[in-house]
Design a protein around this ligand. Structure first.
Ligand code: KIV
Length: 279
């Protein structure tokens, strides 16, 4: 399936132009119904590779494939009318060399209609970002805690305290100079996130960073309380839908066992009623 960019959606340059103005609002989405719910409220929606953990029960994002990203990207695109869609490049789809990254980024955009791709990495990915941008692929960078590298980072740790600060700052400058239109700062200490926001010319999107960033992003299932396996400190729970859904399922199970569901209003009489709407 091929898809074309929606005419009314903001594009990467619209997002870049929001540097220093009203904070950009973003959430992840993986399905059409969830995308529909957030379309009117978000500037951009990220089809995150967190889909592997959130919807597929994986223990990390490393097993997420191009096919999964294409399928979830197409589903999200069906739910969006006005927000921009950004899609994650999954692990091993872009790190080897810039030409390989281009092939996969172009496929994600062509088959889903996404307006940009996001990839993880700083200084080491600058050449690839430059290569993609020069060939028409807008890139959102992602630095600090990069979940695809948990095996070399030693887990989901804060990145950029003490001696590490210089390296994270260098990553931010490298991706901005390479042409990224914005950069996600994940689990970066507040002061460093504020310094990066002040120094780079592109919008910073915080997740576990600082309210001073140019925008914020959260995993939607975390903030509405559907994903309850663990709760990172940076997540604010705006709802508890997981426990509510479980209570509904338990009530249904008890109704079925007691034969109190289905009730008369849920079943069809033997004789069709003569008047009124079809039942
Ligand atoms: O995959 C994802 O959900 C992300 C966000 C957390 C930034 O990369």
């Amino acid at each position: 399936m091929s898809a074309t960019a929606r005419k009314t959606a903001p594009n990467a340059e619209d997002i870049r132009a929001r540097k220093g103005s009203t904070p950009l609002v973003s959430l992840t989405a993986y399905t059409t119904p969830m995308a529909r719910l957030m379309d009117a409220h978000c500037d951009f929606v990220l089809v995150g590779d967190s889909v592997g953990m959130v919807l597929h029960g994986m223990t990390s994002t490393l097993g997420v494939t191009m096919e999964m990203m294409v399928m979830h990207g197409q589903a999200v695109a069906r739910g969006l009318d006005r927000a921009m869609m950004v899609i994650d490049m999954p692990f091993a789809s872009y790190e080897h060399d810039p030409a390989h990254a281009f092939k996969n980024a172009a496929r994600l955009m062509a088959e889903t209609g996404a307006g940009a791709v996001k990839l993880e990495g700083g200084v080491e990915m600058a050449e690839t970002i430059r290569f993609l941008v020069k060939r028409g692929i807008p890139v959102m960078a992602h630095i600090g805690l990069t979940p695809q590298s948990i095996n070399t980072l030693g887990g989901y740790k804060v990145q950029g305290r003490d001696e590490q600060a210089k390296a994270v700052l260098a990553d931010a400058h490298a991706v901005a100079e390479a042409g990224a239109f914005s950069v996600v700062l994940e689990k970066v200490p507040q002061g460093l996130a504020d310094q990066i926001t002040a120094e780079v010319a592109i919008p910073t999107i915080g997740i576990g960073a600082s309210a001073g960033c140019d925008g914020q992003i959260l995993v939607v299932d975390d903030m509405v309380g559907f994903f309850t396996a663990f709760k990172p400190k940076f997540v604010k729970r705006y709802a508890e839908l997981g426990p509510q859904a479980e209570a509904a399922i338990a009530e249904y199970a008890s109704d079925v066992r007691a034969r109190s569901f289905p009730a008369d209003e849920h079943v069809f009489p033997d004789q069709a009623p003569t008047k009124g709407p079809k039942t």
